[in-house]
Design a protein around this ligand. Structure first.
Ligand code: NAI
Length: 327
């Protein structure tokens, strides 16, 4: 674990940020506020204009890479392999530092950088908005760092310097040594299991409540719309997974600890293992790549099916009554 590093390694270098979206904007602003020399590489879209409004010099991607010695790839993982092949690879110089915020494409072989560059990972465990707002409060955030290729012999120091530059090592932050593979696998597993599992658990719970005659709006309020889930997530973040239970009544503590294991049985655990196996074997990445090659037909069908579920209809009515933002 690293709590500090030295900016000197990158302070004289030109840094190109490729992409000015969630992470790109936050990291570019933080690096600039830390006195570093930042330019933006982008396609001609609204993000280009935003970067210019923020006072950056913006170039076509290939030109930005050519004009820099350090490049942070901050565009969506789905488009990165093609952009890398067409615009980035040919403009990298010997000793260039190529940095990713996600291990995915390098870990699963969709991006194969040339041998003459450092390839490092600086992956914030924080959404872009948080990267910027914490920085403005003088605070840091956790990042995973890793080295895929150490051309210069100082690749880890480069990753640490970038981590410091984007503000992650300010008080409260930390850089944890990991790898492209570990970052990609944990990211996918976390989102599929905790994110996907939670969505489907909530929806299954809704269906059972309806079967037992509970008013669908009452069910949705109980399951997530009241905001209790937000408080739960915050309490876990603040006190820890089990210690936060002390904030609940004894009845709730007993119910949670006796019924929870019945839901997450050995059968569910075996399913978790198979989800993990699909990730580590590259099967999930292949499936997703195929989906993109077939214009996301199946993905769109899944979206349509999910949006036609009763819970979405009732939720829209409820959110209208509650005057929440609805599309
Ligand atoms: P984003 O979706 O906000 O990226 C938008 C940017 O990508 C814009 O500058 C846009 O012009 C550019 N872009 C979109 N399509 C393009 C194309 N076809 N060709 C060239 N440029 C294109 O991306 P986000 O969410 O900031 O993710 C960037 C990287 O950071 C990814 O590797 C992601 O996994 C990683 N990451 C993202 C986090 C987040 O908070 N969203 C958290 C941690 C890591």
């Amino acid at each position: 674990m690293h709590f500090d590093s030295n900016l000197n390694l990158i302070s004289e270098k030109s840094i190109s940020i490729i992409g000015y979206g969630n992470q790109g904007r936050a990291q570019a602003l933080n690096l600039r506020d830390n006195g570093l020399n930042v330019i933006i590489g982008n396609i001609r879209d609204e993000y280009w204009e935003r970067a210019e409004r923020d006072g950056f010099k913006v170039y076509p991607i290939g030109d930005a890479v050519k004009l820099s010695e350090v490049t942070l790839m901050l565009i969506p993982d789905e488009v990165a392999p093609q952009v890398f092949k067409e615009e980035v690879e040919g403009n990298l110089r010997h000793g260039h530092v190529l940095c990713f915020a996600s291990g995915y494409n390098v870990a699963f072989g969709y991006i194969k950088p040339p041998t003459y560059v450092d390839v490092v990972l600086v992956a914030p465990r924080m959404i872009g908005e948080g990267v910027r707002s914490l920085f403005l409060e003088g605070k840091g955030f956790p990042v995973l760092i890793g080295v895929h290729q150490d051309y210069s012999g100082r690749a880890l120091d480069h990753a640490l310097a970038i981590a410091k530059g984007i503000g992650s090592l300010n008080p409260g932050g930390v850089a944890i040594e990991s790898s492209f593979w570990e970052e990609a696998v944990t990211d996918l597993f976390g989102e599929q299991v905790v994110g996907g599992g939670m969505l489907h658990l909530i929806r299954a719970a809704f269906e059972v409540m309806i079967e037992f005659g509970i008013n669908p709006m009452v069910a949705i309020l109980e399951l997530y719309a009241s905001g209790e889930l937000i408080e739960l997530a915050k309490a876990i973040y603040k006190y820890g997974l089990w210690d936060q239970l002390n904030l609940h009544s004894s009845t709730s503590q007993y119910g949670q600890q006796t019924r929870g294991p019945k839901i997450i049985s050995e059968v569910v655990k075996a399913t978790l293992r198979s989800v993990m196996e699909d990730i580590v074997s590259g099967k999930f990445a292949e499936e997703w790549m195929l989906e993109q090659r077939t214009a996301k037909k199946n993905f769109e069908k899944i979206w349509r099916e999910n949006l036609s579920h009763e819970i979405v209809k009732v939720e829209k009515e409820l959110y209208k009554l509650l005057r929440r933002l609805i599309q």
